[in-house]
Design a protein around this ligand. Structure first.
Ligand SMILES: [Zn+2]
Length: 403
């Protein structure tokens, strides 16, 4: 899709100005060799390009995917988002584009990620000696920082994920361990593309950390516990393999991402992607005002979320719905209600309505029923009945034991 600008003299012929108007030899050389073009495209391709994600607000269509991602940012209690769909539908682009919308949070100034709350919960020994000294002197341990997007690559080893022995830092026996990706994801977004292809041991470590909000690493006599409270976002192409039920259950919202169906939408999407690939800065600038407004609205909704209440009659409606659909996992109502609260907060309201529930029902409740489990329960029920019937027969007065 990247449009390459050809640098052959022939194709540049129309762009070249007559030699007489060129002011210097260098200018001429730059034009003829196409260096002006290649130097600008070089800077686009280098690390800088990574810092300029496609603007979230420039994504065409995909309303449900965008809504799910925004709700997950507003309320981390939703439990993250799973995006399911074929390749080329913008899943990864959408996740990476969230970076510009993320609010500020307090961030540890220390390599080990020490936080004031570690001292509050575990005493002064819960932080490294440097931070203990700072804390005693009344110096801050944190500074405001933007939430980050931490990507867990498919080839990550268990040691990269949970951390391991750190040769370069021998400050104190307890702090000889290097923080892994899961610790770096604390208070951030942890994104796993092709989450269905992750190795089992990495998935197990992830599930542990996700359920506890922290995890421990032990290497010989050295051990450490790290915070690991992250918004978990995964994407997968169902053609490439199934997702283990345990990990699928961990995701709050589930979005089925289809390709754009409308011709006009596809045209507009192509136009925006093309303009982004041609000049990232210009595309980002076009959306900069809306992006900033959206970022502030997310921050405001985040600060409101604690006040949003779920009225009893709305909760009853949600539970009735889940019961009739036949979902066993308690995570269904956690996600349904927390997503509805985020939806209300996004609308600057402090009470959930039926419309908030309706807006998030599909993304909260789909892919939660298991035909294996319902068949299993059915079989189990008939076995239980059989056992009870036999018991009745055995206990009946006319029964004679057969020899
Ligand atoms: Zn520290």
């Amino acid at each position: 899709m990247v449009e390459k600008r050809s640098s052959t003299p022939e194709s540049q012929g129309t762009e070249l100005v007559p030699v007489t108007s060129v002011r210097s030899l260098k200018e001429l050389l730059d034009r003829v060799t196409g260096r002006e073009i290649s130097s600008s495209s070089l800077s686009e391709e280098s690390g800088i390009a990574e810092a300029i994600p496609f603007p979230f607000l420039a994504l065409v269509g995909q309303r449900e995917m965008k809504l799910a991602l925004l709700l997950a940012l507003i309320n981390p209690a939703i439990g993250g988002v799973l995006l399911v769909g074929p390749r080329g539908t913008g899943k990864t682009t959408a996740v990476r584009s969230l970076v510009d919308l993320l609010p500020m949070i307090p961030r540890s100034l220390c390599y080990y990620g020490c936080m004031p709350e570690d001292i509050e919960s575990g005493g002064i020994d819960a932080v490294c000696p440097d931070c203990a000294k700072k804390y005693a002197q009344g110096d801050p341990l944190t500074k405001p920082d933007k939430v980050r997007l931490v990507e867990l690559p498919l080839n990550a080893r268990l040691e990269d994920v949970i951390g391991g022995i750190d040769e370069r830092a021998v400050v104190n026996e307890r702090f000889q361990l290097r923080r892994g990706l899961l610790a770096q994801a604390d208070r951030n977004i942890l994104y796993v593309d092709e989450v269905n292809l992750l190795s089992d041991e990495v998935v197990d470590a992830l599930l542990d950390a996700a359920s506890q909000g922290s995890y421990s690493v032990r290497r010989g006599a050295v051990s450490a516990t790290y915070w690991s409270r992250f918004v978990f976002i995964g994407s997968m192409n169902p053609e490439e393999g199934r997702l283990r039920p345990q990990i699928q259950d961990r995701f709050g919202l589930r979005v089925i991402v289809h390709g754009l169906a409308e011709l006009e939408e596809r045209k507009e999407a192509y136009r925006r992607v093309h303009s982004y690939l041609t000049n990232r800065r210009i595309t980002v600038t076009e959306f900069i005002t809306e992006t900033e407004i959206a970022r502030q609205e997310i921050q405001t909704a985040r600060s409101l979320i604690g006040q949003v209440i779920l009225p009893d009659e709305i909760a009853r409606y949600g539970l009735d719905l889940i019961g009739r659909i036949g979902i066993d996992s308690l995570r269904a109502e956690i996600t349904l209600f927390e997503a509805a609260r985020a939806h209300a907060a996004a609308d600057a309201r402090t009470a959930v309505t039926i419309d908030d529930i309706r807006a998030v029902t599909l993304m909260s409740l789909r892919l939660r029923r298991s035909s294996f489990i319902s068949n299993y329960f059915e079989k189990q029920n008939s076995e239980d009945e059989e056992i009870l019937q036999i018991q009745e027969r055995v206990l009946s007065p006319g029964n004679k034991t057969e020899g």
